[in-house]
Structure formats: structure tokens, C-alpha cells
Design a protein around this ligand. Sequence first.
Ligand SMILES: NC(=O)c1ccc[n+]([C@@H]2O[C@H](COP(=O)([O-])OP(=O)(O)OC[C@H]3O[C@@H](n4cnc5c(N)ncnc54)[C@H](O)[C@@H]3O)[C@@H](O)[C@H]2O)c1
Length: 461
Amino acid sequence: MEDKTILCIGAGYVGGPTMAMIAAKCPDYTVLIVDINEERINAWNSDTLPIYEPGLDDVVKKARGRNLFFSTDIVGGIKKAGIIFVSVNTPTKDFGAGAGKAADLQYWEKTARSIVEHSEGNKIVIEKSTLPVRTAEAMHRILNANTKGLHFEVLSNPEFLAEGTAVKDLENPDRVLIGAMTTERGQEALKKIVAIYENWVSRDKIKTTNVWSSELTKLVSNAMLAQRISSVNSLSALCEKTDADIQEVSEAMGLDSRIGSKFLKAGVGFGGSCFKKDILNLVYLCEHYNLPEVARYWEQVVFMNEFQERRFVGKIIQKMFNTVSDKRIAIFGFAFKADTGDTRESPAIYISKWLLEEKAKIAIYDPKATKNAKLELSGIEGNIEYCDCPYEAAKGAHAIAVLTDWNEFKTYDYLKIFNEMEKPAFLFDGRNVLDHKKLFSIGFNVFPLGKPELSHLDDGN
Ligand SMILES: NC(=O)c1ccc[n+]([C@@H]2O[C@H](COP(=O)([O-])OP(=O)(O)OC[C@H]3O[C@@H](n4cnc5c(N)ncnc54)[C@H](O)[C@@H]3O)[C@@H](O)[C@H]2O)c1
């Protein structure tokens, strides 16, 4: 057991890329990544990694087999490592007290118990997962209740990477946040974790805080980001009523340096595994601490997201003469955002389900997320086709619905697509990525999001 051996428990979207980057940047550390999911570990050891992230293959290849090792040997890893990152999933609890809001910490607690059981020396245990504020307190208790006389120091080092740009974010982070107890042992451990990141991140970007601030910062950063999306999405609804253009409004608003231009794009709604669960967790925490007004405030961010998704489907139905029954609708994009194959909580899931309930036939094309789309919609009744190319999806379709902001959607031959569609041909751009004027001139009836529609139909629809 030594401080130069790092273990990460949980080889998911966070554990995998984060540890691969540490291994690539810190050749004098050995980085072990373990997971209970054997299939996932096998994929990490193969040429086809379990997740798609631009640039990740190169980072993994650089370190794998040198100082980066993926395995299912959790016990062996715990014995060897002095520093343990825990990056297991922390989904929303779906049972018992707090169901639907609180974080389900069972995976975290099981991991903590297995660390205690198999440890033979003192260790630093780092919360990499996003956790409710004050989880470290419970962890300290569980870990230090051991009868072996061992000491475990719990730190918080939340991850801020965004899927789709994970490698870039890890290589050049806005900040690295590390929270530690204010005790002597806490501060000693803090120095060791700072030293890891200092291998490639400048010290002024490594922010150290107390452990509670660090835990809470991650949760509220996600809430603030999601709130921006919900705010701009709420305004997109108003734009559609008033012929204002949300893209113009966002751009002009963003020029105010106090507002800033990022994260102001309207769309069909936010997705991903984190935003919704982290806000609901924040709501639960506020309720727990008897702050109902604060809880209601944040809850609205999630309501607004659902409103936006439903609004989009409502518009498709209304514009297509109030029925989509038996009509083929091509879904362009199923991932929750571009450059990832991740479909967790993707608006496409809900939109597809609602369209199927309306008896539409859906034909899905996504450059990277087809496998996950099939999993998300497995068991759902209805007419679903998964297509290998966009032209196949659009052939014979009455409408195209763009649900992900993939860049490649801009490059297609839309004249060819139009010619092979049923008429009138509808295009609902839920991400405002396409050239609407050009599509309109080809003959499409174009319905962007939060912008005036470009329709050849004069039926008042
Ligand atoms: N995905 C993101 O973009 C992102 C960004 C920042 C933070 N986070 C947070 O990071 C955490 C992990 O998220 P993720 O997206 O990587 O999840 P994930 O589901 O992709 O990965 C978690 C992994 O942990 C494994 N696991 C669960 N219990 C285990 C155990 N007892 N022992 C060993 N392995 C176990 C699972 O098999 C899974 O492979 C979450 O708390 C999430 O909120 C995620």
C-alpha cells in the first residue's frame, strides 16, 4: 500500500476518462480502475472503449498497460492503493423515504464497507461521485468505525467534465476542486491530492475548500447550469408567441458580460444522467433542512424542462394537422447532446415515447447512440425502426425531428432527403442546428425552436 498507487472504484463515464487522464499525465503513479461490471472492464481493455468521447482512445492507449490498469479485482486494488477515488453511480432513489428526489447512496455505502473490509493500511478516500452535502460525515463514521485501528481520511474532489468534451475538460479544466477536513490529517491528505493534479494543472486553478463547500459546489453548479437552460427554454416559448427569435435574444443577452454567452442555447430540454438527479437531490436537501421556498424554486427548473419536451411534441402534433397517427417521423439524434453516445435522461426518450403513444411510426438515426437508444426503448410498444443512415430514416417520412445537436446533421443532402419524403414535408429543429432558410427554399415546412416558423402552408396551422 502506498501513496503512489491510486485506485478508482467505478469505471463509468467519469471514472474511466478521469483516471486515464491522471495516468497519462502522472507516469510515476500507478492507476488501477476497477468495476463490478465485467463487460465494461473488458471493453476498457479492448480497442472499442465502452464510451464514446472525442480524443479518449489516444489518452487510454498512451497509459494502458504502462501505469493504467482496468480490472474487476476490487479487493486486490483496495489492498494495494493508498489513495482511493470512488466514482460509482449515485442515481435518484426510487424507493422508500425520499423516493424520486434523494440520492440513492447504496452503491457508495457498499463501496465504503468493502474498503473497510479489505484495507490493511490507512487510506485517503476521495468522493469523485456527486453526493449530497455532508455525505463525507457519514463516510468518515462508516470507515473509521473499523476495529483494525486504521484511519481513513475522506476528501471531496467532484468532477466537472462535460460529456462530449471530457478529454478537453480534463486536460485543461476551468478549475479542480478539492475539499478536505480542516484537521491536520485532512490538510495533509489534501496536499497529496493537490500534488497529483499539479502534474498538469496550474496551482491557481486548483481550488481547495472545506469538504462541505466542495460537495455542495458540485451539486449547485449543475443546478445553476440547468437553470440557465430552463430559463432560456422558457423564453423560447414566449418567442414563439411573439415572433421574437430566441437565437437573437440569447446572443444579445449574452453580450452583457454579467450574463455571459455560454449555455444560453434553447433546445428541446436538457438531458444526461446528472442535471435532473442533482437538482432533485438539491430539492430534497432543501426540504430536509426545512427550506421549502428554496426547494420550490429549484424544482421549477425540472418542471420547465418537462414542459419544454412536452411542448415540442405538442407542436409536432398540432402542425401536422393534429394527428401523427400512422405517420413516419424520422428522429435525428437520440444522444442527450452531440459527441457522446450517452442517452441517459435524453429528451429523445420522452419525445419518442409520447410520439409512439400518439401512434406515430418513428425511425431513429444517431451517429453514436443507436445501441443505447435500443436499450432505452426496449419493451416500449409501437412502431420503432433503428436506421443506419439518415437517408434511410427520412425515406417516406412525413417529418424530421432534430433532437441532438450533432454537427454532421448540417452536412446532409437535404434536397435528396426532401425528394424522398411524403409531402407536405415537415422539419422540426429542436436544436436550431440546421440552415432553416435553405430548407424552406427546398420546400420543407420548417419549425425551429423559439423562432418564427418558415411554412409554405397557409392553413393557419
Ligand atoms: N456522467 C457525467 O458527465 C458526470 C460528470 C460529473 C460527475 N458525475 C458523477 O459521477 C458519478 C459517476 O457517474 P458516471 O456517469 O460515471 O456513472 P456510470 O454509471 O457511468 O459509472 C458508475 C460505475 O460504477 C460501477 N459500480 C457501481 N457500484 C460499484 C461497486 N460497488 N464496486 C465497483 N463498481 C461499482 C458501475 O458498474 C458503473 O460502471 C455520479 O455520481 C455522477 O453524478 C457524472
